[in-house]
Every structure is written in structure tokens, then in C-alpha cells.
Design a protein around this ligand. Structure first.
Ligand SMILES: [Zn+2]
Length: 252
């Protein structure tokens, strides 16, 4: 077997592993930013619910002041009613009193509504705070994991890069240049031959080519995609024929 073919196959494995590790290292910070985004959402929910509670409180104070003012009006009307001269004036004051009472009732309803709303918002605050606490714990764990994973990946990356450089220095320069060109162009530089085909582009090899490739004596490339062809599995043997069984229904 041509020594470069084995090295090229190992080089391809190294290049793939290096690419995978680089992608993983690049993707790791995203795990943290995902949790941080959840944290930001939970924080905003807490802020929002607290804002609503505050708004509800000031609305409640306003309704209470309104009620106070209406009560003062009523007591003023009652005092005036003792001094009116005509029935018409008296009726007008009664009307004012009933109107003020109406206003008080509606303000009392509003106060109840704000209290119910406040209870709902308190629940939201508690839930969002619990979420915040949980996500804060998760982010600490994630950060530690990401740090550990990144340093593992970087160590592996250094090892693979060392292997890769060694392999590259052992491979024929022209072959290596061809491999690099096809790798850049197609994402891989080596393809296995399977069932008489280039397994990367699926193009059938001509019998003469196939025969030459199977000997593995020279570096050969796929006519269609340009990848360097290697053979990693023994040629498929024909499947053994099932033993002939006497047909059961023929015996009657
Ligand atoms: Zn091909």
C-alpha cells in the first residue's frame, strides 16, 4: 500500500476532528448567552410586575382620597340640608348626596380590583424571582462546565494539531497540495471507494481505474470530484447462497 494513502486517511480524520473541536469551542459561549437571556427575561418580569404593583398602590391611594373627598361633600350637604328653605333645594341636595355615594361605591370597587390585581402581580413576582434564582444557579454551573469543556477541547485541539502537522510533513508535497485544494473546495479531500464507486460523489469508477485503485499502490483521484481515493474495506465477497431446503408442500 502506498504509505501516503494511509496518512491521508489519518490526516482527513485529524482535519475533521480539528474542525469539530473548533466549532464546539466557538459554540460553547452561546450556551452561557442562552441562559443569560433567560435571566434577563426573568429580571424584566420581576421589574414589570413590581412596576404594576406600585402603579396599583398609587391608584388605590387616589381612590381612597376620592372617597375621603366625597364623604366630606356628603357631610357638607347634610349640614346644608338642615338650613334649606325649599323642597326643591332639599331634593337637589339629596341628589348630590346620592351622586357622591355612587362615586364612593365605584371607587371602592376600583380599590378591590387593584387589590386583586396586586395579588396576581405578587404571584408573578414570586414566580419570576424563583425562576431568577434557578437560572442564576444554572448559569454558574454552565459557566463552570463551559470552562472545563473549553479547556478539554483546547487540549485535544493541540494534540490533533500536532498529529496533523506530523502527518502533513510525511506526505508528498504535491499530493498534500492536491488534498488541500480539494478540501478547500469540497469540504473533504479523501474519499473511500465502496461498491466500485467514489463514496463522496457516488460516481462509478471505470473497471480499469477500479482495478488500479484496489491495488492501493499509487495515489489516485476521483475523475468526477477530484478526491483522493482510498480503499478501507476488503472487496465484498458474494453472499453465501442459502442451503436448498426440500419444499414442504411438495411431499403430499
Ligand atoms: Zn468522487
Amino acid at each position: 500500500m502506498n504509505a501516503d494513502l494511509g496518512r491521508l486517511l489519518s490526516l482527513q480524520a485529524a482535519d475533521r476532528e480539528i474542525a469539530r473541536l473548533r466549532d464546539e469551542i466557538a459554540a460553547l459561549p452561546k450556551r452561557i448567552s442562552d441562559v443569560e437571556a433567560k435571566l434577563t427575561t426573568a429580571r424584566a418580569q420581576v421589574e414589570n410586575a413590581r412596576g404594576k404593583i406600585k402603579a396599583g398602590e398609587s391608584a388605590r391611594r387616589k381612590y381612597e382620597a376620592d372617597i375621603q373627598a366625597e364623604r366630606q361633600k356628603i357631610s357638607k350637604y347634610r349640614d346644608q340640608s338642615l338650613e334649606v328653605k325649599t323642597n326643591e333645594q332639599y331634593k337637589a341636595l339629596l341628589h348630590e348626596i346620592s351622586f357622591a355615594e355612587q362615586t364612593i361605591r365605584s371607587a371602592e370597587d376600583k380599590i378591590l380590583e387593584t387589590m386583586v390585581e396586586a395579588e396576581d402581580q405578587e404571584k408573578l413576582v414570586r414566580a419570576a424571582e424563583a425562576e431568577l434564582k434557578a437560572q442564576t444557579a444554572i448559569i454558574e454551573r454552565e459557566k463552570a462546565e463551559v470552562r472545563a469543556r473549553t479547556s478539554d477541547d483546547e487540549r485535544e485541539l493541540a494534540e490533533w494539531t500536532g498529529k496533523r502537522n506530523q502527518l502533513r510533513s510525511d506526505i508528498n508535497a504535491d499530493t498534500l497540495a492536491h488534498y488541500d485544494r480539494v478540501l478547500r473546495l469540497r469540504g473533504s479531500g479523501v474519499a473511500e471507494v465502496r461498491d466500485g464507486k467514489c463514496s463522496a460523489c457516488n460516481v462509478l469508477l471505470r473497471p480499469q481505474e477500479l482495478q488500479e485503485v484496489m491495488t492501493q499502490e499509487a495515489v489516485m483521484t476521483c475523475n468526477s470530484c477530484g478526491r483522493i481515493l482510498v480503499v478501507t474495506e476488503p472487496p465484498a465477497r458474494p453472499a453465501p447462497k442459502p442451503e436448498a431446503q426440500p419444499a414442504a408442500e411438495a411431499s403430499a
